[in-house]
Design a protein around this ligand. Structure first.
Ligand code: SF4
Ligand code: SF4
Length: 102
């Protein structure tokens, strides 16, 4: 598994010294370049999902193994005031939502 950063959705966390994802990654794997976040050394990512939850633009997703989400599935998070909505989407466009309290 690894993450993907959607550069069209990432706004670079303007006015912040570091991107939220950049700041929270325990492996120091994410950097901003040209006002967009990029992950370096994807193989070092251990899928903790901290960056997924930290991004206010919902620009980061985790690729899931086929056994978990089906072929081409990925996991996204939408952080709300009292809950996090985890969404698993597969290649066919089907998705499941899981609502977890914060
Ligand atoms: S999932 Fe965790 S280890 Fe991987 S890039 Fe995001 S914050 Fe870093
Ligand atoms: S937290 Fe989201 S919007 Fe901010 S730099 Fe990272 S990917 Fe871009």
């Amino acid at each position: 598994m690894s993450i993907n950063i959607n550069e069209n959705s990432c706004n670079g966390c303007p006015k912040r010294k570091e991107g939220r994802c950049e700041r929270i990654c325990p492996g120091n794997l994410i950097k901003r370049k040209n006002e967009k976040a990029v992950i370096e050394n994807k193989s070092d990512c251990w899928d903790c999902a901290a960056c997924v939850k930290a991004c206010p633009q919902n620009a980061i997703e985790i690729y899931l193994p086929e056994e978990i989400g089906g072929k081409g599935a990925n996991l996204l998070a939408e952080v709300k005031k009292n809950e996090i909505v985890w969404v698993i989407k597969n290649q066919s466009g089907n998705y499941k939502e899981y609502h977890l309290a914060r």
